[in-house]
Design a protein around this ligand. Structure first.
Ligand SMILES: Nc1ncnc2c1ncn2[C@@H]1O[C@H](COP(=O)(O)OP(=O)(O)OP(=O)(O)O)[C@@H](O)[C@H]1O
Length: 699
């Protein structure tokens, strides 16, 4: 029997490259594991830090059995520069040199994967998907082949490479066709948390993913258009392209709630990025314990950007212009600074755009300077040490304390919400009387500790905190489900990226808070990023065509003017709407039917219906999870209160009583938006079960 030659069996050749890449990765990992820190660090702290970095590197180099090491290949027509091939990762001269050789032979053949893998000589076996040379894998087309002769996509079953699909982009004779492997990957059933999409990022998504670190991008996109996926991949891309800078400044992903963050938390580690922090807006502003809630009209006023002006006035009101001269005694001499001169110093600090706390810190030195000028006029020759000593003089300290006392942000907000006169003094001309009444506590709180702070109050404290001392800014912030943020929350996020940039993701049609975003331009203004570019994603990857068409009947009422999502997925029979008389029993039965399919099942219901449905499922012997709990092959059903459905997805969704979802909200528009969210969580099938009439648009 003759052995099959490589040329005869390309699949065998690709498998051989996979096996070789795997062993190269193992060798890279072994190299890192073998590092002996005792040789390089004498000091314990350094070795702790280094060990941490090494542990991360070892984790990042893990060969995950079910994550293919590469998913594509590009064959270039002409040579590619070493810079482009390795992008920001290029470090070793040997890689560049050996690449040179490879280019001469082949014109450039690159395997694209989740991370860079090289062999013992430093020859690249797999190129990081983020390297510039990988870009045509996502963007090249028949009309713009980007110098690519062949684009090959690989299909895997488990960890096994089982198929490939070729596109000869520069061959005019070959007709363009849609990729089956791409379609299969998009339709692969979901079990467990969200996964990465590196193998199938679409051209319009790639443009956002690879947009530069300097600019803020805002993405408007309907349900399932890949906003979350794009935001997470953008962070991974930026970390690759600007690793050092972002390692110093930090990156953060902000999501609407803990269960959502739990759902997305494995995407970045799967891409080898372990250092990105995640938080909700509430986490960011957790200066006090939140135990209270606000009525909607109160929260609307507290979340309004005008509150920033009220707070700014209230903070500044602590400055009292001096009315008396200051006498500084040093040895046998007395130095007098008249009140008008003190006033000038204070006024000058007030006019400058610096934080209250920074100005307070500067004041003693300014006063000391005025004293020094007098000393010099009197023929003395004081130096810096004298100035410092004067700044610390008891009389100067006392003057500073009375002119510019310290401000505690939480105490300030406590006073604004408790003391009608204090609020009125600073809200005059900004908030109406009714609005002032709305924010005042009916029962004034005694102390910061005992106050029943609401989530909106915590944001006010954060704003006040920033007026006193500048908030630390990160290098990049991804803000998901942004449409639900109040103007004051946008400001809280904005001050965490004043010197960095942001990726803002949202859908105006899915805004379900009373202060939901009306326009991105307005939101970006509150965020402090008016120069942001607004992009729109319209291709839907989650929801099948039939289902999105049904949900989109709500669009004219909830977001007139927004385009309907164009599903990339045809899935006939994916929608079923049933009117029943025994609601609970039929819902349980529908869950049972859904469980006959592979993948995850979500039963979505109005929050108030959740206890009854939980009991009905339990008595039918069906185990269910709460959102954020991980699905397992044994327990694939999650009971989801409609208020937590946002951002999540399930292969099959059973939606209980739509009218209850609508009436669970304070107004019709919010109710219909909540329903729109619930209707757009299904990947493969949606079953709507109702006893009451459906909202008119769906009837
Ligand atoms: N290019 C792609 N290839 C494969 N799957 C994709 C692609 N883009 C998005 N998806 C998948 O589509 C689903 C929806 O994506 P995602 O959750 O990011 O959408 P979204 O716009 O944030 O939705 P929502 O508005 O509902 O929060 C996810 O399962 C995601 O992995």
């Amino acid at each position: 029997m003759t052995a099959v030659s490589d040329a005869d069996d390309p699949l065998a050749r690709e498998r051989a490259h996979l096996a070789a890449s795997r062993s190269a990765l193992r060798a890279m990992r072994a190299d890192v594991e073998a590092l002996d820190l005792r040789d390089v660090t004498a000091n314990w702290v350094n070795s702790e830090v280094l060990q941490h970095q090494i542990d991360d590197r070892i984790k990042a180099l893990a060969d995950l059995a079910h994550t293919p090491l590469f998913f594509g290949r590009l064959d270039y027509l002409h040579a590619v520069g070493a810079e482009e091939a390795e992008g920001a990762e290029i470090k070793k001269g040997s890689e560049a040199t050996s690449l040179e050789g490879r280019r001469r032979e082949t014109g450039g053949q690159f395997y694209i994967g989740r991370r860079h893998v090289h062999d013992a000589d430093g020859d690249p076996m797999v190129i990081d998907w983020r390297a510039p040379v990988s870009q045509p894998f996502y963007r090249a087309s028949k009309t713009a082949p980007m110098d690519v002769a062949l684009r090959r996509r690989f299909g895997y079953t488990g960890g096994e490479l089982t198929a490939y699909e070729d596109e000869h982009l520069s061959d005019p004779a070959e007709a363009a066709r849609t990729s089956k492997l791409l379609q299969q990957e998009i339709e692969r059933p979901r079990v467990g948390p969200m996964r990465d999409i590196v193998a199938t990022i679409q051209p319009e998504q790639d443009e956002i993913v690879r947009s530069g670190l300097g600019g803020t991008v805002c993405v408007q996109g309907g349900p399932g258009t890949g906003k979350t996926a794009v935001g997470l991949h953008r962070v991974a891309y930026l970390l690759y392209a600007h690793r050092e800078r972002l390692a110093r400044t930090g990156t953060l992903v902000i999501g609407p709630n803990k269960s959502f963050l739990h759902y997305i938390e494995q995407v970045l580690p799967a891409l080898g990025e372990l250092e990105v922090k995640q938080a909700t807006v509430d986490d960011l502003v957790a200066h006090v314990e939140v135990r209270g809630t606000d009525a909607a009209e109160t929260a609307v006023v507290k979340g309004d950007a005008r509150m920033a002006e009220v707070l700014a006035r209230a903070v500044r009101s602590h400055v009292t212009l001096p009315t008396e001269a200051l006498m500084v005694v040093r040895g046998s001499r007395r130095w007098r600074i008249p009140s008008y001169e003190l006033e000038e110093i204070v006024q000058e600090l007030l006019d400058r755009d610096i934080r209250y706390g920074a100005a307070r810190d500067a004041l003693p030195q300014r006063i000391a300077h005025a004293v020094l000028v007098r000393m010099e006029q009197a023929g003395e020759a004081p130096d810096d040490r004298v100035q410092d000593a004067v700044a610390r003089n008891a009389a100067v300290k006392a003057a500073v304390k009375s002119i510019w006392p310290p401000v505690d942000p939480a105490k300030l907000v406590l006073r604004l919400l408790s003391d009608a006169d204090f609020l009125a003094a600073h809200a005059e001309g900004i908030l109406t009387e009714e609005e002032q009444k709305a924010v005042l506590w009916t029962k004034p709180a005694r102390s910061v500790k005992s106050a029943k702070w609401s989530a909106a109050d915590a944001v006010l404290i954060d704003e006040a905190g920033d007026l006193v001392a500048r908030t630390h800014s990160l290098g990049h912030v991804v803000l998901d489900e942004a449409q639900d943020l109040s103007p004051m929350q946008y400001r809280a996020v904005g001050r965490r990226c004043t010197t960095g940039s942001a990726t803002v993701l949202g859908d105006l049609a899915q805004g379900t808070t009373p202060w939901a975003t009306r326009s991105w331009a307005e939101a970006l203004g509150h965020l402090g990023k008016t120069d942001a570019v607004v992009e729109e994603l319209t291709a839907g990857f989650r929801v099948p065509r039939e289902v999105i068409a049904y949900a989109s009947r709500l669009l004219p009422d909830i977001a007139p003017g927004l385009a309907e999502v164009e599903s990339v997925r045809e899935s006939p029979g994916s929608l079923s709407v049933r009117r029943v008389s025994d609601l609970d029993a039929e819902v349980v039965a529908a869950c049972g039917e859904a469980l006959a399919h592979e993948g995850s099942i979500g039963l979505i219901a109005a929050d108030a219906r959740v206890p009854a449905l939980g009991a009905a499922l339990a008595s039918a012997g069906l185990r269910c999870l709460s959102p954020g709990e991980e699905t397992t092959p044994d327990t694939r059903l999650t009971l989801v209160p409609a208020s937590l459905a946002k951002g999540l997805e399930y292969d099959y969704v059973v939606l209980d009583e739509p009218s209850a979802v609508v009436s669970g909200e304070p107004d019709l528009r919010t109710g219909l938006r909540r329903l729109y969210v619930a209707l757009t969580r299904a990947v493969s099938g949606l079953t709507v079960i109702h006893r009451a009439d459906l909202p008119g648009q769906l009837g």
